[in-house]
Design a protein around this ligand. Sequence first.
Ligand code: BES
Ligand code: MN
Ligand code: ZN
Length: 493
Amino acid sequence: MSKSPLTLSVLDTFNPKATKNPPHLVLFADKDGKILGNLDGEHISRANALIKASAFKGTLGSTVSDHALDSGYPLTVVGVGALDKLANNIKKLGKPTYAAIKSAKKAVILWGDTICQKHFGQFVLSLLGASYHFGYQSEKPNKDTISQITFINNQADNDYAQVLELTQATFVGQSLARTLANEAPNICTPSHVAKIAKQLGKDHADSVNVQVLGEKEMQKLGMGCFLAVSKGSEQEGQLVVIEYFGKSNKKKGKLKNPIALVGKGITFDTGGISLKPAAGMDEMKFDMGGAAGMLGTIKAACEAKLPLDIVVVLACAENMPSGRATRPGDVAVAMNGMSVEILNTDAEGRLVLCDALCYTQDTYTPRTIIDAATLTGACVIALGSVRSGLYTNDEDTLFALQQASETSGDLVWQMPLDDDYDAQLKSPIADVQNIGGREAGSVTAACFLKRFIKDNQAWAHLDIAGTAWQSGENKGATGRPVPLLMSYLYSQI
Ligand code: BES
Ligand code: MN
Ligand code: ZN
């Protein structure tokens, strides 16, 4: 995984005439066509003249450009729409801005003083995100595109350079997450995820340790629920464990109460014997979006050299129907001894996760566990693709994740965990069953996971079924919740 091909930097002033090859200049205007920020100079009058001479209104994401090189330098004005909605819309500006400047070699972006540090980070991430490409098309996209962007910060009290560094690290991690989740399921198998994790270990050998448990080892540990999912597939299930020593010394070999990140890594979810309908089943290659997000987050943490101890556990398996697959009605026993009646083999995410959660708690006594999973279609119905479902038993983690949600714009919404929902999971023959009824499917899935969390263990669960990818014309992985978790981790330093 390479670094961003774009070099980004921050300066306090800009004089286009001082440079030999003037860059493409970008300014922003609100819905009344007023240029944002406390800016003056010749380029402002040029931008105003350009707006006047065009049909440009400053609507969100609209652009107007003047490429006339005789006037010195190319210039683009990007519309931001209504200023009072700018906070919510900032992530939508990256794509049109990138489209307007990508054929230039260099660009300079003039923020003025209207946009705060928090929004600056969100804008830069969306701008970098617009440069991301994944695909097997034999015709390669034009490589001759922009390579250098400078941001002008005339607001002395904001540390834009530091935000830029963190955002670039986040972008690298987010791109890794997107690429893994976009990858075809014949290539992105559990062993492929393990291989990418081992590569990360090599790239950051001074701070990262990677260990992979196969099915035999999981058998020995008693991870009957994980194996109930992986046994139907020809692909061996893999529990990938990544230790990041950002604070403790790796040579001493032990993480001190790390933050634990656990990811659902179903590399393809057919539903198993409870087979899914054919239409749209291809999208179930994204069912390892949780694992991809956690791997991307730890990559970003490595790039940013965050001074924290973190352990990442990825529960990777393929959910297939076969002669060896689990039947509806089978009973499996998890690592902590809890027996589970598997009534629907399509509720497999919670089965691989419950053993991963037991393993994580037993091995690391983490200060907090956060898991991310494309867990339920019900969460997509409840929250759509705007916010991830957030379930937690801990107030500090709740507060920190809500703050991170606002800072990063990678939004979450708190969902309930009442015992009255949990009641749906009562089994007549085992400690718990793996599905509830028709009601509140995302909540009962979270309640199932909660049963495997020890007393006094701080834990949060993110149901990212609706947010890890987007459907439709531009379908593909979003790399969420990498921005959320990077922002969270930064707050935990
Ligand atoms: N991976 C799916 C959840 C999912 C559905 C993610 C749609 C993204 C989009 C999960 O394994 C699943 O199949 N869940 C079932 C649970 C049900 C059987 C209780 C579901 O949501 O239908
Ligand atoms: Mn499923
Ligand atoms: Zn699934």
